[in-house]
Design a protein around this ligand. Structure first.
Ligand SMILES: [Mg+2]
Ligand SMILES: [Zn+2]
Length: 161
């Protein structure tokens, strides 16, 4: 089976703008950061697939539900399709440390490792883009490269990836 080149994406602060809403669970609060579709379009042409890796502790805190989260992710999938892109998968941690330890919350690497196995990843070419140290640490622990960006920045401004 051919291996997949995977671009792992943090959601909030990378794909979606979370300047005004720390927790994004309403479709009306969804605003894409600049350059998202153009930048990912270049990677799609290079044969990359896209997977979201996201901490959604608001679920554990009771601020919103898994249904809310999945409907946001469904909308992202639809919006990707409109731009000719395919979001292959989405993984999220619904936990919060105040309610007990879990293995999936970034900087834990479990979600990335699951995705790498499920999608038969090309480890040398797959990488993560995130806006927090936890994103970078999770990717590093999973054995892939990672690039840190400024939260809510224009993705077309980056040249390192
Ligand atoms: Mg983030
Ligand atoms: Zn978790």
């Amino acid at each position: 089976m051919e291996k997949n080149k995977i671009l792992f994406l943090d959601r909030d602060g990378v794909i979606l703008n979370n300047e005004k809403h720390y927790y994004i669970y309403r479709k009306s609060d969804m605003h894409y950061n600049l350059g998202v579709f153009e930048k990912l379009g270049h990677y799609a042409k290079m044969g990359y697939i896209f997977i979201l890796i996201s901490n959604q502790s608001g679920i554990s805190k009771g601020i919103y539900s898994t249904v809310d989260t999945e409907s946001i992710h469904q909308k992202i999938k639809t919006d990707f399709e409109i731009h000719g892109l395919m979001l292959a998968d989405d993984f999220y941690c619904p936990h919060h440390p105040q309610n007990g330890h879990c293995f999936c919350r970034k900087p834990g690497s479990l979600l990335i490792e699951k995705a790498l196995a499920k999608w038969n990843a090309d480890l040398a070419q797959s990488f993560m883009v995130g806006d927090s140290e936890g994103d970078i640490e999770a990717a590093t622990r999973a054995g892939i490269k990672a690039y840190k960006i400024e939260p809510n920045s224009n993705l077309m401004l980056y040249t390192a990836w």
